[in-house]
Design a protein around this ligand. Structure first.
Ligand code: DGL
Length: 271
């Protein structure tokens, strides 16, 4: 069988969901690494942010988003929201027959491989930190790792609001980074979809000796491997398509979203 044209190319799209536009950083990596695949992205903007919510509530929202994507006939679902993956991935996988991938394990795996001193920091929303998902994932990979989780409740709303390079955002980033510097970590996981947008700021604050792990990049890599192993890839000689659904305002999604996707956003449907 030729590598570029699988005999039974699976023409269904890949579903991606997030609490809003943040998961577009994950979609960006997927579009760059898997340009031949089709994607359908659902942003639950009406319920953004998930981070401050109770885990049961995040789980309920994650089930609703997953059901919507299953109804659209996707072949695989990416839970591109760290908070949703942290709160609900296991329950979603148990409940649905469609393969479901989260962003937590790919990021944890890359961090466990990258750390030399076995001291890993995690920056994420309150929900993600409260769930212990990164802590558990990291320690399942290397029980000797020391994990330093830090919740940054102000960061995602500031970045989403467009305040990416403001002093207020830098102040919130500095607050998150301070305990990690004190702990002497050598690796930090960007455990929230919004943080790749401020990675230059975080790099400067943490210093060049600290490795930054972007869960989005790692997830895209893992999705590619899963498609190949399950034999459900599209033919590699085509250019894929991508479309959007949002539970909130479509124009706002298009406007704010382009910054996260760094690619054109055409039609956005309300769901
Ligand atoms: N997408 C969310 C995450 O990665 C960030 C924003 C939110 O709180 O919903 O955790």
């Amino acid at each position: 069988m030729s590598e570029t044209a699988p005999q039974n190319a699976d023409r269904r799209a890949i579903g991606v969901f997030d609490s809003g536009v943040g998961g577009l950083t994950v979609l960006h990596e997927c579009l760059v690494n898997l340009p031949h695949e089709d994607f359908v992205y659902l942003g639950d903007t009406a319920n953004f942010p998930y981070g401050p919510r109770k885990l049961v509530e995040v789980r309920r929202l994650a089930f609703a988003a997953t059901e919507a994507l299953v109804d659209l006939g996707v072949k695989l679902i990416i839970v591109a929201c760290n908070s949703a993956a942290a709160a609900a991935l296991a329950q979603l996988q148990a409940a649905f027959s469609t393969p479901i991938v989260g962003v937590v394990m790919p990021g944890a795996r890359a961090a466990a491989q990258a750390t030399r001193e076995r001291r890993v920091g995690v920056l994420a929303t309150e929900a993600t930190i409260r769930s212990n998902a990164y802590q558990n994932a990291l320690q399942s990979l290397d029980a000797g790792l020391e994990v330093f989780p830090v919740a940054c409740p102000r960061l995602a709303p500031l970045i989403q609001g467009g305040d990416v390079f403001s002093e207020e955002t830098e102040g919130a980033a500095r607050e998150g980074v301070a305990p990690l510097k004190a702990a002497g970590v050598d690796t930090v996981i960007l455990g929230c979809t919004h943080y790749p947008l401020i990675s230059p700021m975080l790099r400067r604050l943490l210093g060049p000796q600290v490795a930054l792990i972007d869960s989005a990049e790692e997830t895209a890599r893992e999705v590619g491997e899963i498609l190949t192993r399950k034999g459900i890839s599209q033919s590699k000689d085509r250019e894929g398509d991508y479309r959007f659904y949002a539970s909130g305002d479509a124009d706002e999604f298009r406007e704010v979203g382009a910054r996260f996707l760094q690619l054109p956003i055409r039609e956005v449907n309300r769901i």
